[in-house]
Design a protein around this ligand. Structure first.
Ligand SMILES: N[C@@H](CCC(=O)N[C@@H](CS)C(=O)NCC(=O)O)C(=O)O
Length: 209
């Protein structure tokens, strides 16, 4: 059985966990914080969460994990069937991570009440503006982020925008959905899925301690 290492407070962990739930794959959740201990870096080379343990070994990085789950458990599909459409979903998911998530994370301190230097905030504003421009060109929101099929990009997008919008608001006074028609409705639709409700409930429980 797959073991999922990580913790419900991590949005990356939740991308993988919701994909496991969507696919009905049995898994064991092993509560693990990020760690620079050699023992954990043997599992997840950067010491980050999540990583998974399979019969063949350990695997880190959420998007490759999502692709692995798709390869090993194709049904229900979280990628379209034709090669180009699959690649477009991967392009969107990777763009969300590189151009929204990682930019928003530079201002993560603000979410914990810490001061973020002005030059960092300015960088976040200009890079998020550019990144959101790319997402607007790629995303469809009709009704799902990549078009008519629900895909893992919906899960990546949901958890990216959850953190991204909070950071954008606190650091750059931006609403990432402001100029993105259909994005708010899409977000609510993803939030209503059982997998996401479960991940959010587990996150709330872990916040309560
Ligand atoms: N690119 C990685 C990012 C994972 C990541 O940054 N996880 C965070 C928790 S949400 C973490 O482990 N942070 C601790 C660290 O960066 O050392 C992925 O796709 O899984």
């Amino acid at each position: 059985m797959i073991k999922l290492y990580g913790a419900p407070l991590s949005n990356y962990y939740n991308m993988v966990k919701t994909a496991l739930l969507e696919k009905g794959i049995e898994f064991e959740a092993v509560m693990t914080p990020p760690s620079q201990e050699d023992d954990y870096r043997a599992k997840s080379p950067m010491g980050k969460i999540p990583c998974i343990e399979t019969d063949d070994g350990f695997l880190a990085e959420s998007i490759p994990i999502l692709n692995y789950l798709e390869d090993t458990h194709p049904e229900p599909a979280l990628l379209p069937s034709d090669a180009f459409s699959r690649a477009k979903v991967r392009e969107l998911a990777q763009s969300l991570e590189l151009h929204v998530e990682l930019v928003a994370r530079r201002g993560f301190g603000a979410l914990r009440g810490n001061e973020v230097p002005n030059d960092v905030k300015e960088g976040i504003k200009s890079d998020l503006t550019k990144g959101i421009g790319a997402i607007k060109r790629l995303a469809k929101f009709s009704p799902w982020i990549a078009g008519d099929e629900f895909t893992y990009a919906d899960l990546v997008g949901y958890f990216t925008f959850t953190l991204g919008n909070r950071s954008a608001q606190l650091n750059a006074d931006m609403d990432l959905f402001a100029d993105m028609p259909g994005a708010k409705e899409w977000f609510e639709k993803v939030a209503a899925r059982d997998s996401v409700k479960q991940a959010e409930a587990d996150q709330a429980a872990s916040r309560r301690g």
